[in-house]
Write a protein of this length. Structure first.
Length: 323
């Protein structure tokens, strides 16, 4: 292929990638809406309100009817629902959890205003976002740097560290140092995420290991093409569908659910659980990240086995007699 066709192909390929990135990042943001969003309705008029919500917004909510307000509050604290409508004498009251998703809390507040018929509905934020980050902007922006730095670390390890043992050591070092440093900045300096620093640092370290490990592992097994595949999966799919700034149930489906099976989405959910909800509903995203980390080690193990097999198949040279 001469220079002109190669140049045209590269330009068209870059334009196609740009179009795909615009679709991946802009399309979810332009289609934010509740889709089977878990919501509790309790009190003597719970059935009436549930019917009204179902008729007004079919498919928007996955409604449950706990016995009383205390049960509804417990469901919010356990991350079983994003909020609750409490009925009784007078207009309904609304319980939200901006710690779970400021975007959902805002949408539920609007619904509460519609139900109460008043511009200032009675809303209680039972699990609030950090006071230094009430809209969750810093929290949402935290996931992308974790992913991008993990990809960068994976690329460097894949290209410049030939030994499998060295790659593993580099991943462990990056995970430990990255987790400690990132949470020192986010929690210690910026103070935008509450919770236990060691736990948050461990989560950030696991995310760093899983992301970098995916890049290194794929590159080890299928070569440099693995770097591109990992980057596309983690950035082009994983990041825009991570729901770090919204919620999985606000994204177009099944992409919201798929995003939770990738490290960026699992990272956002796990960090919310340990930061705001004392670890409630942390098992699912933790398992996802552990599976990605384990898969990285398996891929590296395959690479090590291939290297040993190739070395064993090399022809042995007979010693040359002297004298």
């Amino acid at each position: 292929m001469n220079t002109i066709p190669r140049t045209l192909a590269l330009g068209l390929g870059a334009a196609l990638l740009q179009a795909l990135m615009l679709i991946a990042f802009a399309w979810p943001a332009a289609n934010i809406a509740p889709r089977d969003l878990p919501l509790a309705v309790t009190g003597p008029k719970a059935g009436l309100v549930a019917d009204l919500l179902t008729a007004r917004s079919p498919g928007a909510f996955q409604l449950s009817t706990p016995a009383d307000e205390a049960s509804a509050r417990a469901a919010i604290a356990d991350r079983e629902v994003y909020g609750a409508i409490v009925t009784g004498e007078g207009p309904p009251r609304l319980l939200v959890a901006s710690g779970a998703s400021p975007a959902v809390a805002q949408q539920l507040t609007q619904i509460g205003q519609q139900l109460s018929g008043a511009p200032a509905a009675r809303v209680e934020d039972v699990v609030a976002a950090d006071s230094d980050d009430p809209r969750g902007t810093a929290f949402g922006a935290m996931v992308l740097p974790l992913v991008m730095s993990g990809i960068a670390a994976g690329v460097l390890l894949a290209l410049f560290i030939p030994a499998i043992g060295g790659k593993v050591l580099g991943l462990v070092t990056f995970g430990l140092a990255g987790g400690l440093l990132s949470m020192a900045i986010i929690q210690g300096w910026m103070a935008v995420v509450p919770g236990s620093y060691p736990v948050l640092a461990a989560v950030a370290g696991l995310v760093s290991f899983a992301v970098a490990g995916a890049v290194v592992g794929l590159a080890t097994v299928i070569g440099r093409a693995g770097i591109g595949i990992a980057a596309l999966i983690l950035l082009l799919v994983g990041n825009p569908f991570s729901a770090a700034t919204s919620a999985p149930e606000l994204l177009p489906q099944p992409w919201g659910a798929i995003g939770q099976l990738l490290p960026p989405g699992a990272a956002a959910s796990l960090l919310r659980s340990v930061a705001f909800f004392d670890g409630a509903a942390a098992a699912g995203p933790l398992v996802v990240l552990l599976v990605w980390a384990a898969a990285a080690l398996v891929l590296l193990g395959v690479g090590a086995l291939r290297a040993r097999t190739a070395e064993a198949q090399l022809p042995t040279r007979e010693p040359i007699p002297v004298g």
